[in-house]
Design a protein around this ligand. Structure first.
Ligand SMILES: [Fe+2]
Ligand SMILES: [Fe+2]
Length: 231
């Protein structure tokens, strides 16, 4: 007997498949160029940009919507923690990639990131989504809808600045520098592993009336604040 799945389930699986293909096709370009001894700089940039534009926002939306809902099952707690950690690892890999020059990046290292992502997605497809889809209490269609809302919000030209990826002594400087680069009305999302209260005080002292501060997520493990330059 084949199991009935919802159209939202199919849509999520389909989107995952598209993301995996998006990553793998970029890896293929890099691998071919490296093999031919060509400069793969542009393809590597394209690979990293795809993560920034598609994969990382997807991961954030998923954590906020899908993973948060999956936590109703106590036996999935550990898996969800592991999945979040994998998101962090992927982001860290991409950040590293962006900091290196093309000649120092091997096709094996991008292949490794792609494999990590493919395995990660397989777990979502096999262990998390079917569970939610077969639960009458959970409306997967609504979750998908919520995920789209989060993605829309994220894609509104917003940059995400992960404070945990910046050395502590450079953190505030880097954050103010990012703010300084914003046009009126523009913003970015600051992500941190603790409540960035001192930073808020510093903003208030140095830029009174010039910014908005909107918490999107407030702990216990992650804080995300949308900081905008007032229009
Ligand atoms: Fe994920
Ligand atoms: Fe996913």
């Amino acid at each position: 007997m084949t199991k009935q799945v919802s159209s939202a389930f199919d849509a999520m699986i389909g989107h995952h498949k598209a993301l995996v293909q998006g990553v793998n096709s970029r890896v293929e370009n890099i691998t071919l160029e490296k093999k031919d001894g060509k400069d793969a700089g542009r393809s590597i940039g394209d690979f990293a940009a795809y993560f920034r534009a598609e994969i990382i926002p997807h991961a954030y939306a998923e954590e906020e919507v899908i993973y948060a809902r999956a936590l109703i099952y106590p036996d999935l707690t550990q898996l969800i923690a592991q999945m979040k950690a994998e998101h962090e690892v992927l982001i860290a890999h991409v950040t590293t990639l962006e900091s290196l020059s093309a000649s120092d990046i091997t096709s094996d290292s991008v292949q490794e990131i792609a494999s990590l992502f493919e395995n990660h997605v397989a777990k979502e497809n096999e262990l998390i989504l079917p569970r939610l889809d077969s639960d009458a209490e959970v409306g997967l269609a609504e979750l998908l809808d919520n995920m789209h809302k989060v993605l829309e919000r994220l894609s509104a030209n917003e940059q995400v600045l992960d404070a945990t990826q910046i050395a502590p002594r450079e953190r505030h400087e880097k954050i103010f520098e990012t703010f300084g680069g914003l046009a009126p009305g523009q913003g970015f999302v600051l992500q941190n592993d603790h409540d960035p209260k001192p930073l808020r005080y510093q903003f208030e002292a140095e830029l009174p009336g010039q910014f908005t501060w909107d918490p999107i997520e407030a702990g216990p493990e992650r804080w995300r604040i949308r900081i905008c330059r007032s229009a």
